[in-house]
Design a protein around this ligand. Structure first.
Ligand SMILES: Nc1nc2c(c(=O)[nH]1)N[C@H]1C(S)=C(S)[C@@H](COP(=O)(O)OP(=O)(O)OC[C@H]3O[C@@H](n4cnc5c(=O)[nH]c(N)nc54)[C@H](O)[C@@H]3O)O[C@H]1N2
Ligand SMILES: Nc1nc2c(c(=O)[nH]1)N[C@H]1C(S)=C(S)[C@@H](COP(=O)(O)OP(=O)(O)OC[C@H]3O[C@@H](n4cnc5c(=O)[nH]c(N)nc54)[C@H](O)[C@@H]3O)O[C@H]1N2
Ligand SMILES: [Mo]
Length: 765
């Protein structure tokens, strides 16, 4: 295992930390100030305000920030956006440009020395550019030549499976559908996506237990819930508009339990920026905060389940929904037999919580008939991530809390169209029924062998079994684990291609040849031969709706994502019966093809034009579990964490600051955690610091331990924080180098980037 640092990692430079008081509530005036600061710096104030007024309005564009849904009926007068949505827009609408001249004056080697923050701030890419073999600089290339280069490289491969086609979750339904169609006509299912690193564990667990990989609730359910449990999620930063839904739950008398190793500010208290008059009151959101140890959620859920079972036994039918269980589920007996082997006190000890708090949680759940459980990356990025989610399903099934108003599963998605991309067929393991539909509609034979997911794609490139890498969006090198290993994999490729809006590190960690193909962003007008086009996206709750750009494109050279896919397809495929260029003249033609092949899109072109869009079918929302392998909702048997720590070892989770969008770094602050102007920090429990002989802001090196291998990340500053013993937190992507590629969740194969075993060594240099 190499421990050498290359330019695949951000530089080991400190930027001048300042620690401030942790705010007591999220949003409010500070959020408004921050919104206007980012907007005026990147876009200018006047254009910025015009832009903000269009986000998430019914005639506007979908906020690229997150996948949280918009209200079905009324949209806020002030505008349906949040501070971090505004930052996402500011990043895209920035005045900064990366032109061919910029590339002529900056070598790739020079750009690779910059931090992800500095690279991103260079701005939007204006022209297609190529890095020729052996060359030090990108230079301009025509679209035609770029497409031909891709076509000729793809056609020299000895098998289509030697190419990899990655997707990030901002891609629209129309672009995603065309892209997967092209890839399958080319002959492979190598369609890894960001979802493999994100909610794949949710999809795996929910499909097995409930027969659909998506959540069951709608936004309105939050108005009717008796109890919402928010696990492993930081909505104050990552889904701020969700706080309004939680506020509605409270207003209607519901309770909220939060399960998190950190007391995340937004969840504890919230000042709704849509209601300025109420800023000074501030809603207290969380009723019960369970500060669980990292990766001990299964222990916690099992302890709660045992306490509930005990109550149910003394008074049958008082806690569980026996009719629901009898009629709709399967596997209860095995589940009960397994859970009885555990001891409540031992389980509670694993969690690091006081027994009193766990009893209080069980009491709240016992009293509630309608329970929603929400979760995000704090549950999905562990070795036993799939167990986390299946155990949640066990709890909801016992309570009969799926398929009724005010209750259900709520995996809160990340990227604004990550759910839609999957619906469109961006998946390395497509279903037979989907492939059959493609075969029939497009008169070809789609490949049946499953393709590579993200982890397998990296392994294949590392082993030179795959030599062409194409990315529809995203920032592969900075988003994936095991940075140095992944960089070697990418450098092994003959060609790396990125369809991107902004410059990022993946453009400078490249194959022998590289292309950057710049595309339109969400906020820009999309003109095709058939006139101005809109695209459509699916939010976290399965609503498909339009997104319509309003800004003039920043350069005449940009193409839309669908047009780029069509260009590549025409330059590559010899026998396709699809008339690619015709499909992109008017996206209605693409939507007709989607309607013809994917269930739930009847009258797509008509319904997508209706205000607010339409809901896709969802069996679990209706309490119908027929699509599972047993035809019923399945109870499952799940394992508690088997991570063991030696003395002086810690578990590290890699999380987001308040000033980043995944690998796009908006700024260097993490305001809600009281850390300003620095990203190379490690949050530690003060007692652990004492034991290690560490003081506040000491410089340390982090070493991760996996199967006898060590990986190292140097120069981090220790920040004392409210976090359970032996738990630590760092930011991604700086800490990705420590995440071993082979450390993954079972079943979903998601990198376990929230359970990294590390030791912390004082850096005396
Ligand atoms: N502004 C902004 N918005 C975003 C993003 C962004 O980067 N910036 N990213 C988007 C994307 S792609 C995604 S997937 C989502 C991510 O949204 P989140 O999942 O909220 O993001 P993370 O920062 O990874 O936070 C994980 C949370 O889980 C907690 N946690 C970690 N380990 C555990 C555990 O073992 N148990 C429990 N109970 N909790 C744990 C952490 O303390 C943290 O609060 O946000 C989306 N929205
Ligand atoms: N250690 C660690 N690693 C993680 C995570 C973690 O919590 N910890 N989280 C994981 C998660 S949840 C996710 S989703 C992945 C994210 O992985 P990715 O989706 O690959 O990464 P992003 O940072 O979202 O991608 C940003 C880039 O997308 C491009 N882009 C932006 N908008 C558009 C557009 O409209 N079209 C096109 N074509 N390109 C666009 C820009 O060039 C920008 O630089 O990272 C994962 N990695
Ligand atoms: Mo994500």
């Amino acid at each position: 295992m190499s421990t050498k640092k290359t330019d695949a990692q951000p530089p080991e430079e400190l930027t001048g930390i300042e620690l401030t008081k942790i705010p007591t509530s999220a949003a409010g005036i500070k959020a408004i100030q921050s919104t206007f600061k980012h907007i005026s710096e990147e876009v200018g104030l006047v254009n910025g305000i015009k832009l903000l007024s269009k986000i998430n309005q019914k005639d506007g564009f979908d906020c690229p920030g997150c996948a949280w849904p918009d209200p079905d009926a009324k949209r806020a007068f002030l505008a349906e956006y949040c501070e971090n949505g505004a930052k996402a827009i500011a990043e895209e609408a920035t005045r900064n440009r990366v032109s061919p001249l910029f590339f002529a004056s900056h070598s790739v080697a020079e750009l690779a020395k910059l931090s992800d923050y500095e690279i991103g701030k260079k701005g939007r890419i204006t022209h297609p550019v190529v890095l020729k073999p052996g060359s030090s600089h990108y230079e301009q290339i025509s679209w035609k030549e770029a497409f031909e280069l891709i076509g000729s490289e793809l056609n020299t491969l000895s098998s289509p499976n030697e190419a990899i086609f990655y997707t990030s979750g901002r891609t629209s339904n129309e672009a995603a559908f065309l892209y997967q169609l092209f890839v399958r006509q080319f002959g492979t299912n190598n369609l890894p996506d960001c979802s493999n690193m994100c909610h794949e564990s949710s999809g795996s667990a929910l499909s097995e237990t409930l027969g659909i990989g998506k959540g069951s609730v709608t936004l309105d359910d939050f108005n009717h819930a008796d109890l919402v449990i928010v696990m492993g999620q930081n909505p104050g930063t990552n889904h701020p508009r969700m706080l309004s839904a939680l506020e509605d739950t409270k207003k209607n008398g519901g309770k909220i339990i939060t399960v998190n190793p950190l007391p995340e500010v937004g969840l504890l208290e919230f000042k709704n920026p849509q209601k300025p008059l109420k800023w000074f009151s501030g809603a207290k959101l969380t009723d019960l905060f369970l500060q669980v140890k990292i990766n001990e959620d299964v222990s916690l859920l099992k302890a709660i389940l045992l306490l509930l079972i005990e109550k149910e036994e003394t008074n049958p039918g008082s806690i569980f929904d026996l009719d629901f269980i009898t009629e709709k589920t399967q596997g209860l007996d095995q589940f009960l037999a397994d859970i009885q082997q555990y001891d409540v006190d031992e389980l509670i000890e694993n969690t690091g919580l006081e027994k009193k708090a766990v009893i209080e949680a069980a009491d709240l759940i016992a009293k509630s008939n309608k329970v929603i459980v929400c979760w995000a990356m704090g549950l999905t990025q562990h070795k036993n991530a799939v167990d986390n989610i299946r155990e949640i399903v066990n709890l909801l099934l016992l309570k009969g809390s799926i398929g009724k108003k005010g209750a259900g599963t709520c995996p809160v998605r990340g990227h604004s169209n990550v759910q839609g991309d999957r619906t469109m067929g961006i998946w390395e393991k497509p279903k037979e029924s989907f492939l059959n539909a493609l075969d029939k509609e497009f008169e070809f034979n789609a490949p049946r062998d499953h393709g590579y997911d993200v982890v397998h794609a990296i392994e294949a490139m590392h082993a030179k079994k795959a030599t062409v890498f194409i990315a529809m969006g995203g920032n592969f090198i900075s988003a994936t684990p095991d940075t140095e290993h992944t960089a070697e994999a990418l450098k092994n490729c003959n060609l790396t291609v990125h369809i991107s809006t902004k410059l990022n590190r993946s453009h400078v960690i490249h194959g022998k040849q590289a292309l950057i193909l710049p595309c339109l962003g969400r906020s820009e007008k999309d003109m095709q031969d058939g006139g101005e086009q809109f695209v459509s996206v699916e939010n976290s709750m399965g609503v498909v709706h339009q997104s319509h750009g309003h800004l003039e494109p920043l350069s005449n050279e940009l193409l839309s994502e669908p047009a780029i896919v069509a260009g590549i397809a025409e330059a590559t495929l010899k026998n396709s019966k699809v008339v690619w260029s015709k499909l992109v003249t008017n996206y209605d033609f693409i939507r007709d093809k989607i309607e013809a092949t994917i269930p739930g899109f009847d009258n797509y072109n008509k319904r997508v034009r209706e205000k607010g869009g339409f809901y896709l079918p969802n069996n679990s929302r209706k309490g119908d579990f027929a699509p599972t392998h047993t035809g019923k909702a399945n109870f499952t048997i799940n394992a508690i964490s088997d991570v063991t720590l030696d003395k002086d070892q810690f578990i590290m989770m890699t999380i987001r600051t308040h000033d980043q969008y995944n690998t796009t770094i908006y700024g260097l602050d993490d305001r809600y955690r009281g850390v300003l102007n620095e990203r190379r920090v490690i949050f530690m429990n003060p007692d652990d610091m004492d034991e290690q002989g560490l003081q506040k802001l000491d410089q340390v090196d982090l070493v991760s331990h996996f199967n006898g291998e060590e990986r190292i990340a140097k120069k981090f500053l220790v920040v004392p924080y409210s976090i359970p013993r032996q738990c630590t937190a760092t930011y991604f992507p700086e800490a990705n180098v420590l995440v071993p590629l082979k450390s993954v969740a079972h079943t979903s194969n998601t990198p376990a980037s929230k359970t990294v075993v590390i030791s912390v060594k004082k850096n005396d240099s």
